[in-house]
Design a protein around this ligand. Structure first.
Ligand code: GLU
Length: 179
């Protein structure tokens, strides 16, 4: 299993997320990524490989600056070890990270594809991002509660929404998550 970290506070979030993920490295992982609110936009950096690969990528692309964000180390269960499959996953206004397995993801994926949705990754995780966008009614908390009634499995989720800056939503079911 992977690790997920979220932070809201006074300090610059990027170093805190990477440091938090380093503390979870012992759990094993194959990819890493972060998403940060930067001037009202959500900026994502992710890569297959190690945290050092992520920090090198940020040296090239620039390090996101902000005070609210989420970070993830992935241990692939659904989909290959690729940068596209690395978390965070974004759909529309919503960006999320996920630890665990969405057991009914094939059913949900087919449902969404029949509605014309196209998937950018092979992960079970992306169905949650797609569902959040599909059902989004202007209130992300309501939408999260609705989507949780549709997904099955064991999971911890960290969710941010562009409409709701500097707010972090955390959800868990049968997976550990500490606040
Ligand atoms: N099932 C998700 C994936 O394959 C999350 C795996 C994990 O817990 O790292 O991307």
């Amino acid at each position: 299993m992977c690790g997920i970290v979220g932070y809201i506070g006074k300090d610059n979030v990027t170093d805190i997320l990477v440091d938090g993920l380093r503390h979870l490295e012992y759990r094993g992982y194959d990819s890493a990524g972060i998403a940060v609110f930067e001037n009202g936009q959500i900026r994502t950096v992710k890569t297959r490989g190690r945290l050092d690969d992520l920090t090198r990528k940020m040296e090239t692309e620039g390090k996101p600056a902000g005070h609210c964000g989420i970070g993830h180390t992935r241990w692939a269960t659904h989909g290959g070890v690729t940068t596209e499959n690395a978390h965070p996953h974004r759909q529309g206004l919503v960006t999320l990270i996920h630890n665990g397995i969405i057991e009914n993801y094939l059913y949900l994926r087919d449902y969404l594809m029949n509605k014309g949705k196209r998937f950018a990754s092979e992960t079970d995780t992306e169905v949650v991002a797609q569902l959040l966008e599909y059902y989004y009614n202007g209130n992300i908390l309501d939408t999260i509660i609705k989507v949780l009634s549709k997904i099955e499995g064991a999971y911890a989720l960290g969710i941010i929404c562009k409409d709701d800056p500097d707010t972090l939503y955390a959800v868990r079911k049968d997976s550990p998550l500490i606040i």
